[in-house]
Design a protein around this ligand. Structure first.
Ligand code: HEC
Ligand code: HEC
Ligand code: HEC
Ligand code: HEC
Length: 212
């Protein structure tokens, strides 16, 4: 009985801590040729001191930031949100995923290993879900096909605005790459691939915001 309880406790502990961990994730670069001898796994993206503050709301950023100009999504021409160049934390993702900056360009060094394969989005974002635009209550008024982010539950504890959007002002935040992806996610079961914030089984992630 004790053993069973212990197992249950351990499983509970594992499910609560494996969630949102870098170790073992696709973003764990500690085994890469360019990894530092210390085995530090945060250093490719973050530093406790002398961080790059050029990107608003960037979390103690330690990776060279992209300077690319992107081709933006235009959609059906019915999109209510005004599209602008990626800003905020989406720019941080694109600093590896647009392929213009090497993965190992961190801590002031210039690297040589660029991203390849399916994870390379490039600088043409016209075929990608739009990012870096204001998603507020007014957008829901203009487009009833999406929920009001300030009142609609995200399924992750609070509202879409609180759990999935980025910015300092409640009710006036932006949708970013990290609205859908959890950059620190190591416990990817199929439903959470690739590094999704919540399960996308039966398109649950999409239906969090889209009223379809
Ligand atoms: C591949 C790059 C990358 C690595 C490696 C990485 N992070 Fe992050 N981290 C990000 C990005 C991008 C954000 C902003 C997006 C977000 O908040 O989801 C972020 C946000 C954060 C935040 C602020 C938001 C939050 O989730 O609390 C903290 C704290 C953080 N990271 C800590 C860490 C620590 C500690 C490590 C190492 C164990 C680490 N990160 C490794 C890219 C990375
Ligand atoms: C330091 C460089 C770097 C940063 C910053 C970074 N990534 Fe990545 N990311 C990578 C690399 C390298 C891979 C692994 C690609 C592979 O396995 O081929 C990866 C993998 C991924 C994957 C999984 C792809 C798959 O096929 O399973 C996703 C999703 C992803 N990144 C999204 C993001 C998002 C969203 C952000 C910002 C919030 C971000 N990344 C920031 C370098 C980075
Ligand atoms: C609206 C939600 C959403 C947004 C915003 C979003 N993604 Fe994704 N992303 C997904 C989903 C869902 C998939 C899996 C698609 C599939 O399997 O067909 C994915 C796939 C990926 C992959 C893996 C591609 C592959 O084929 O292996 C990478 C890398 C990635 N996204 C990075 C990013 C980056 C960088 C941004 C911001 C510029 C971003 N995503 C914005 C939902 C999103
Ligand atoms: C965090 C909220 C959120 C999530 C999650 C999300 N979307 Fe969106 N999506 C939006 C918003 C907001 C818009 C902009 C709508 C507008 O301006 O009218 C949008 C735009 C779109 C558009 C473009 C519509 C047009 O008029 O061109 C499509 C298509 C779309 N999303 C599909 C998806 C799919 C598929 C998924 C799941 C992989 C997804 N979205 C996940 C919030 C989200």
């Amino acid at each position: 009985m004790k053993k069973i309880l212990l197992t249950i406790a351990l499983v509970a502990l594992m499910t609560s801590t494996a969630f949102a961990a870098i170790t073992g994730s696709k973003h764990d670069f500690s085994g890469a040729a360019y990894a530092t001898a210390t085995g530090n796994i945060c250093i490719f993206c973050h530093t406790p001191h002398n961080s790059d503050t050029t990107v608003a709301n960037a979390p103690l950023w330690n990776h060279e930031v992209t300077a690319a100009t992107y081709t933006l999504y235009s959609g059906q021409g019915t999109l209510n949100a005004t599209m602008a160049q990626p800003s905020g934390i989406s720019k941080l993702c694109l600093s590896c995923h647009d392929g213009t900056v090497a993965i190992d360009s961190f801590g002031g060094a210039t690297g040589t290993t660029n991203i390849t394969g399916a994870a390379l989005l490039g600088t043409d974002l016209s075929n990608d879900h739009p990012v870096s635009f204001l998603y507020d209550a007014a957008l829901n008024t203009a487009d009833s096909g999406i929920y009001n982010p300030t009142t609609q539950a995200s399924g992750l504890g609070s509202t879409i605005d609180v759990d999935l959007l980025f910015g300092a002002t409640a009710g006036s935040k932006t949708l970013e790459c990290a609205s859908c992806h959890d950059v620190h996610r190591s416990d990817e079961t199929v439903a959470f691939q690739p590094m999704l914030r919540k399960s996308n089984t039966a398109s649950a992630l999409c239906l969090t915001c889209h009223n379809k």
